[in-house]
Design a protein around this ligand. Structure first.
Ligand code: OAD
Length: 244
């Protein structure tokens, strides 16, 4: 296999680390209403409730550790020599970084950051936040929001992602239901540009027809095996070239 690889991750890649997904039976959206905590309207209507939700989520995921799926990506990034490996993640947790993944694009934002809705400055947000905080950049109070992309807001890094999708030869989707636009169109875009598309999930996904191959099972088991296969293929290809 030669060429760039893009890995799209969703909540399922972190499930084996003990972080609940959104739409599975024990998922976050079964215990909370999206409309109350994850829409831009909710933020304007009741910022205190939104801060409370993300303060709690931050605490819940603080001690969670990467699992073999995240670590398989680290290995792929270190050992794959035939192109770039980028990670486009919908996850706001930082398990890709904790695992040592590089080139990680947080299109839905990240839990350890805030953004000032007045001046646009992105700020570190390690601890609790509240609706009264003053922006250190513009000095305005009450405009600091978790740097999480809510329904009704634009995704982050989309120019970069579009360029990556147009270039990649292999698109790998891990642990995402395909329920949320526009991440659920990335496989089709990559395929349109000629990439092979593979998905890893424990179940069926909304956009399963956009994938050439489906690997069913927990990502902590299936992804490391796939990375082994990919890297072995690379070694065999190099041997064939060497024999000529
Ligand atoms: P979902 O909760 O919609 O989907 C999680 C997917 O992971 C499901 O398809 C599960 O079958 C799969 N899954 C669960 N455990 C798995 C495992 N061990 N191995 C492989 N797959 C597994 O989560 P997302 O698709 O990530 O946005 O949701 C997309 C966005 O919706 C989130 O980023 C979030 C949410 O609203 C924001 O909060 C901005």
């Amino acid at each position: 296999m030669y060429g760039d690889i893009v890995i799209l991750s969703g909540a399922g890649i972190s499930a084996e680390s003990g972080i609940p997904t959104f739409r599975d039976s024990d998922g976050l959206w079964n215990n909370h209403r999206v409309e109350d905590v994850a829409t831009i309207e909710a933020w304007y209507k009741n910022p205190a409730a939104v801060h409370a939700f993300y303060n709690q989520l931050k605490k819940d995921i603080a001690d969670k550790q990467p699992n073999p799926a995240h670590l398989a990506i680290t290995r792929l990034q270190r050992e794959y020599k035939n192109g770039a490996v980028n990670v486009v993640t919908q996850n706001v947790d930082l398990l890709h970084e904790k695992a040592g993944n590089t080139n990680v694009w947080h299109i839905h934002g990240q839990i350890d950051q805030a953004v000032c809705m007045r001046c646009g400055r992105v700020l570190p947000a390690a601890g609790d936040m509240d609706e009264k905080a003053v922006c250190p950049s513009c000095g305005v109070a009450g405009k600091i929001k978790p740097n999480i992309v809510f329904f009704g807001e634009n995704l982050l890094y989309m120019d970069k992602v579009e360029a990556l999708l147009a270039r990649c030869r292999l698109f790998v989707s891990v642990g995402t239901s395909g329920a949320v636009f526009p991440a659920n169109t990335f496989a089709r875009t990559a395929k349109y540009h000629g990439a092979e598309t593979v998905e890893f999930n424990v179940g069926e996904t909304v956009n399963r027809y956009d994938f050439d191959r489906h690997v069913t099972g927990p990502a902590g088991t299936t992804l490391p095996a796939f990375v082994d296969e990919l890297l072995k293929e690379r070694t065999e290809e190099a041997d064939i070239v060497g024999d000529r």
